[in-house]
Design a protein around this ligand. Structure first.
Ligand code: NAG
Ligand code: NAG
Ligand code: NAG
Ligand code: NAG
Ligand code: NAG
Ligand code: NAG
Ligand code: NAG
Length: 292
């Protein structure tokens, strides 16, 4: 064997060693064990399983779960899906930051084990047959930025504790079987940009605390039983509004003249309440709207 051959073999060996140690490093990050227990328990209660693209050999934060790209995680055809962040404790520890269980005909309730996923920022449970109330303990899921539970069979009152979720940007509750009214505590959600509560079974007046929701871009509340006057604060305080849907409720009186301030509004559905002269002036000035 000539020296050149042996040194190239040596080099190859070194490369393999390096590659091995690197891929071992990459796999060193492991999911927080209490989160693994919680996830397994939740999935067991809901009768679902991790997909083949993650939970490879029992390690949930692997494969597609560590791909943080939204189109991968949010794609309904990848449901159920989790998303992990693995930079904790010097990149040795992964926390589950997102959970999506969408359109799987899943039945069950919101389990308390969700509190053992304390790093969750995204929870999406849309288009299933989940039922029971939204439990008050959801108010402790303090990192949530996106909560979407639309098109299920949830019932009962909207818990006032949801008003503690001050990081929320999106709250989607549409098409469920709630009762009662909007808790005034939801007025604390000052970072909220999108609130969807269409066909939710809610009624009475929109609380005056909602004047604080100054970052709202979309407020979608069609087909409920809201009463009283349309609130003035919509026009005075929700200055970033691009979409407003109020159709199919029981509001009285004219559209407040303050609505003419809504310079960013592009989509408006307020249905059959046009009444009174200020409404007419308002409608005449709606040349900006693309979707009336
Ligand atoms: C992940 O895989 C392990 C081992 O195969 C299994 O016991 C566990 O139930 C799986 N977890 C989920 C959430 O499906
Ligand atoms: C994430 O998944 C997408 C689509 O499958 C892929 O194009 C991308 O390279 C992946 N990113 C990482 C970091 O694996
Ligand atoms: C880092 O690890 C320690 C010890 O295992 C643990 O107590 C701590 O919670 C971890 N930090 C994070 C941010 O997870
Ligand atoms: C983090 O890990 C790297 C590589 O394993 C090591 O060199 C570094 O000292 C660690 N840093 C801390 C703060 O533990
Ligand atoms: C909705 O809730 C009401 C009671 O509030 C109940 O009578 C009705 O059966 C529920 N409907 C569905 C589809 O769950
Ligand atoms: C709402 O708008 C009115 C009129 O501009 C203003 O006086 C009031 O302070 C605003 N309220 C909030 C909560 O921003
Ligand atoms: C419309 O306005 C008139 C006069 O202000 C009032 O009598 C009537 O009840 C209003 N209709 C509705 C549906 O609010």
């Amino acid at each position: 064997m000539n020296p050149f051959q042996s040194s190239s073999k040596c080099l190859l060996f070194l490369f393999v060693l390096l590659w091995c140690s690197q891929s071992m490093n990459a796999q060193k990050a492991a999911t927080d064990s209490s989160e693994v227990r919680a996830l397994n328990s939740i999935f067991q209660q809901w009768g679902i399983q991790a997909s083949d693209s993650w939970n490879i050999s029992g390690e949930p934060c692997s494969g597609s779960a560590v791909n943080t790209s939204d189109p991968v995680f949010m794609n309904p055809s990848n449901s159920p899906a989790i998303r992990c962040e693995c930079y904790f404790n010097n990149t040795t520890l992964c926390h589950i930051t997102g959970l999506i269980v969408v359109a799987l005909n899943t039945r069950g309730v919101i389990p308390e084990e969700l509190l053992d996923l304390p790093f969750l920022t995204v929870l999406g449970l849309d288009r299933n047959f989940f039922s029971g109330p939204l439990p008050a303990f959801m108010g402790k899921m303090s990192r949530l930025e996106f909560l979407s539970i639309g098109s299920n069979e949830f019932s009962g009152l909207i818990p006032k504790e949801l008003g503690n979720l001050e990081e929320l940007r999106t709250l989607f509750l549409s098409v469920n079987n709630f009762s009662g009214t909007l808790p005034q505590e939801l007025g604390n959600l000052v970072n909220l940009e999108r609130l969807y509560i269409d066909s939710c079974g809610l009624g009475k007046e929109i609380p005056s605390t909602f004047a604080n929701l100054v970052n709202l871009q979309i407020f979608s509340a069609n087909d409920n039983a809201f009463t009283g006057k349309m609130p003035d604060f919509v026009g005075n305080n929700w200055t970033k509004l691009t979409g407003l849907r109020f159709q199919g409720n029981s509001f009285e009186g004219p559209i407040p003249s303050s609505f003419a301030n809504l310079n960013s509004l592009r989509s408006l559905r307020i249905g059959d309440i046009y009444n009174g002269s200020s409404s007419l002036d308002f409608i005449r000035n709606l040349n900006k709207l693309t979707d009336l």
